[in-house]
Design a protein around this ligand. Sequence first.
Ligand SMILES: N[C@@H](CCC(=O)N[C@@H](CS)C(=O)NCC(=O)O)C(=O)O
Length: 203
Amino acid sequence: MKLLASPTSPFARKVRIVLAEKKIECPIQIEQPWQADSHISDYNPLGKVPALELDDGSVLFDSRVIVEYLDSISPVSRLYPQERRVLIDTRRWEALADGLCDAAVSIVIERRRPADKQMEEWVQHQHAKITRALATMSRDLGERLWCNGEAYSIADIAVGCSLGYLALRFPELDWQADYANLAALQDKLSLRPSFIDTRPACA
Ligand SMILES: N[C@@H](CCC(=O)N[C@@H](CS)C(=O)NCC(=O)O)C(=O)O
């Protein structure tokens, strides 16, 4: 098994955290999908990280498919709840957190274009998604211990990766001041070895 990942991708971080939580050994091949010499499209036709090459040569993508697969191959630290309704809620959390990351990544990419080619309306459209996603996460988390209530799950990992990505790329967004419950969740997650060992360095 081999994981193709870039060091700052929040989606790849989610997979790396799941590997650590489930104590699955897996070599990582660094791929920078935006660089012309990247080999990522040899593995994933969509040209995105993460992708997971299995021992039989088949390749899994995207991050949600990969983490569900990893959860299924080891009973250590189950990350998906068994009960159907809770599972649906968990997937909704993942969709929300991943959607926030999609919006954040698209702003980062837009900001790399020459200043006169950047479309401010597009950036603001994406920013509005981030703002609404944060408000929804905070409202739905409420006073709970974890996103799903009592048990740590993939929902917390997805939310933690999205908040971590905001901290990395948008430090000026002071969401911690507006959403104390999200900040407390993030503080708690940041103490886990899986989060510490995958903390992204700015690039
Ligand atoms: N839905 C995908 C999103 C993956 C994604 O957007 N990855 C970015 C890096 S953070 C990427 O590789 N983008 C390259 C591209 O869009 O060409 C997942 O969950 O894996």
